[in-house]
Every structure is written in structure tokens, then in C-alpha cells.
Design a protein around this ligand. Structure first.
Ligand SMILES: *Cc1c(COP(=O)(O)O)cnc(C)c1O
Length: 400
């Protein structure tokens, strides 16, 4: 069975992990620092903070920016549940925008009107769906107007570029950007996530929140970071020779959201291959586009954004009503032919947890019609041309 997405590992990745296992340090060693440094220099941010998952990254982003009870947080209706859950984690109210039909991303127009209707919009979480960067210029205008911060969900978009040429993750239009390193994403560490920011105070909070809220001098190894006052209780921290060897302070309530040396080593090795991964995904997307252009009852999505995408997903829209078979049947038939497929996403407002909170998909019309037609086809580095041909042939045969 050809899956819709899959990680890629080679001998270098395996060797990197074996070396770490032989060397003895399993967590909180030099690989974390190296991975963070390489990641931030790849995306062009001042700081990168490795964490245990993309969801942990979103949670910490909300905590580091003091999003809390009574605050409104808005994300797209068409993204993964974590983008709304992170608001709930900190006691804030999640809200949703409809999508733009061309990009399938957060609609800046709808964002503007939701911000006008809802007071105290504290955070906007645009997700770069399928690898296509959101329209950040108008989103930032809205954020500035309503004094909201922006947390970009770039879980699909490691390696993507904004139209201005800057990389997603550089935080050119945002306060914080988050990534996932789950095996189905651009690079894999098993489970894992990364946060990027250019702001010193945000960095300080994130480093502490990742590790129980503890302040310890040795946690701040990034040479870009300087602090005047380190400890809350300076008098307890020092003797006449300097900081006493055992002293640390828990300054706020944090978590253990760290990433291990094993995972960071794998991340370093994977990051080296990222550009190659994206180049090949782009080639596959080009071939799909050619094969599906002008086919009845099928439309290619996000086609205007082929120059900025990281090509995380290949989503087509199929008019299942017209062809007379349901999406479930279509997916089952593909499965019989050996082709896996998926739907991205079940819109967040239509999950029972959010319906119980009063949301309804009927209020997000573009998302609703998109959802009825969406299908993600296999797209990953190891997908061979022959396998891709089988995907195309299978889709076309079921359509006719
Ligand atoms: C994968 C993903 C997440 C969550 O990342 P995890 O590492 O699985 O916690 C969040 N948002 C989007 C858009 C994702 O694709």
C-alpha cells in the first residue's frame, strides 16, 4: 500500500543515532544546541528552541506570551486540532476564521471581521496549510491594528518561503513560529517540535517553560542571549566567589517538554537533507499537476502558490456528487488499487469537543464546501515515479 505520507531515513541518519547511543549523553547535551543552532540558521531566526512535539510548541508559545483566561485566540477552521487546543490548554477562548478558497489558508478578510466583532483578540494562529505560506502582510496589519500577537503554525511549512523571499520560521511577520518533527512532516525526529523567535524575553520564557519553569544559568547557552538580572533571589544564588554550584530557581510553572539527544541528532542529520526532500516533492507536484490539469470533476488546489510552498500535501478537490460515488467509496477503491489517501482536515469546529462549545461548520462556508471535496494524495520523498504513475492511473480510472 502506498501511504499518503512517509518519512525518509538513510544510513547517515542511522549512523548519527548509533553514534549518540555509543557516546553516552541521552538528553540535555550538545546535540540539542547544535540542532537548534542549525535550525535557526536555516530559517533565519535569532533563536530556535527544540521541544517534544508541535503541540508542545504551541502550548509553550501561548504560555510564553501569557495568553490566559478571557483572551481570544483565533486560528483557521481548516487546520489540525492543536491550533485551537493550545488556546484551551491555557484557559483562553478559541475562535475560527473561514479559509480563502485559493490558498486554503486563513482568510485575512474574515480575520479582520472576526477581530472587529471579538474584543481582546490576543493571538492569531495562521497555519501554512499543505506548505503554502499564509498571506502574512494583511494578517500582520490586522494583528497590529488589534494589538494581537501572531504565532505561525509552520508544521507543514519547514523550508517554505514567503513571497518576499524570507524563509518561514524567520518570524518576519510574527512573534513566534512553531514546527512539528513528526514522521509525516518535512523532517522527522520520531516525535518532536521546534519553536523560533527573534525576541529575547520570549526566548528566556520558552527555555524555562520547556524545563519545569526552572531558571538555571547553564540552560542559556545561546551566545545571542544576554541577561542583566538572572535570579529572583540574587542573595541566595551567590557567595563571594559567584553562583553557588547547586543553586537554581523554579520561577514559574513549566513542563518537561524537552527533546532528547537521540532525537536532536536525528534532526541534525535530517535537516541536511531537507532541501533535497523539498526539491523532489516539488517535482512530484509538477507531475501531478500535469496529469490532473483539465480533468472533469477534479480540481487542483493552491496552484497559484507553487513558487513559495514546501509541498507538504497534495490536495485535490473531487466533485463526488457529480461522479456518483462517495468519498469513502472513492478512498476504499483507491485502497484496493494499493493507493492510500487522507483528508486534511476534518474542520476543527465540527469535532464534538468544539460542537459542544457551540461551534458549527455551517458558519464556515468555504471550509465546509472544501471539506466535502478534499482528498490528499501520496506525496513524500520515497514515492517513486512508478508509484506516482499508479496513483494517477488509479485516480483517473475511478473518476471515469
Ligand atoms: C502535525 C501538526 C501539528 C501537531 O504537531 P505534533 O508534533 O504532532 O504535536 C500541529 N499543527 C499542524 C498544522 C500539524 O500538521
Amino acid at each position: 500500500m502506498i501511504p499518503y505520507g512517509k518519512h525518509f531515513l538513510d544510513e547517515d541518519d542511522i549512523q548519527e543515532v548509533i553514534d549518540i547511543l555509543r557516546n553516552g549523553t541521552l538528553t540535555q547535551g550538545i546535540k540539542v544546541d547544535e540542532f537548534e543552532e542549525r535550525f535557526s540558521s536555516y530559517v533565519g531566526s535569532k533563536y530556535a528552541i527544540a521541544v517534544s512535539s508541535g503541540t508542545a510548541a504551541l502550548h509553550l508559545a501561548c504560555l510564553a506570551k501569557d495568553i490566559s483566561k478571557g483572551d481570544n485566540v483565533i486560528t483557521s477552521a481548516n487546520t489540525f486540532v492543536s491550533d485551537a487546543n493550545c488556546a484551551v490548554f491555557v484557559g483562553a477562548n478559541p475562535l475560527f476564521t473561514d479559509i480563502d478558497v485559493e490558498s486554503l489558508n486563513m482568510s485575512p478578510q474574515d480575520l479582520a471581521s472576526k477581530c472587529q466583532q471579538n474584543k481582546k483578540m490576543r493571538a492569531i494562529i495562521p497555519a501554512h496549510f499543505a506548505g503554502v505560506p499564509c498571506d502574512m502582510v494583511p494578517i500582520k496589519e490586522v494583528a497590529d491594528k488589534y494589538k494581537s500577537i501572531i504565532i505561525e503554525d509552520a508544521c507543514h511549512a519547514l523550508g517554505a518561503k514567503y513571497p518576499c523571499g524570507a524563509k518561514v520560521g524567520s518570524c518576519k511577520y510574527s512573534d513566534i513560529t512553531v514546527f512539528s518533527l513528526h514522521p509525516v512532516k518535512s523532517i522527522a525526529t520520531g516525535e518532536g517540535g521546534m519553536i523560533t523567535t527573534n525576541d529575547d524575553e520570549t526566548y528566556r520564557r520558552l527555555i524555562m517553560l520547556r524545563s519545569h519553569g526552572i531558571f538555571h544559568q547553564k540552560l542559556f547557552k545561546n551566545p545571542n542571549f544576554h541577561m542583566d538580572k538572572l535570579f529572583v533571589n540574587e542573595d541566595r544564588a551567590y557567595d563571594e566567589k559567584g553562583v553557588t554550584p547547586w543553586y537554581f530557581e523554579m520561577q514559574e510553572l513549566g513542563f518537561n517538554y524537552r527533546l532528547s539527544e537521540i532525537q536532536c541528532g536525528l534532526g541534525i542529520s535530517q535537516l541536511r537533507k531537507l532541501d533535497r526532500f523539498i526539491e523532489y516533492r516539488k517535482k512530484l507536484v509538477g507531475k501531478y499537476d500535469q496529469a490532473f490539469l483539465g480533468i472533469d470533476n477534479l480540481s487542483i488546489t493552491q496552484i497559484k502558490y507553487r513558487s513559495t510552498s514546501a509541498f507538504h500535501l497534495y490536495v485535490v478537490r473531487i466533485n463526488f456528487r457529480n461522479i456518483g460515488i462517495s468519498r469513502a467509496e472513492f478512498m476504499r477503491k483507491l485502497g484496493v488499487l494499493g493507493v492510500g489517501s487522507q483528508v486534511h482536515y476534518i474542520p476543527i469546529p465540527s469535532h464534538p469537543f468544539y460542537e459542544k462549545r457551540g461551534f458549527s461548520l455551517d458558519n464556515y462556508i468555504n471550509t465546509k464546501t472544501y471539506y466535502e471535496e478534499a482528498l490528499s494524495l501520496p506525496l513524500y520523498y520515497e514515492l517513486s515515479e512508478t508509484e506516482q504513475d499508479l496513483v494517477v492511473k488509479s485516480v483517473l480510472s475511478i473518476l471515469s
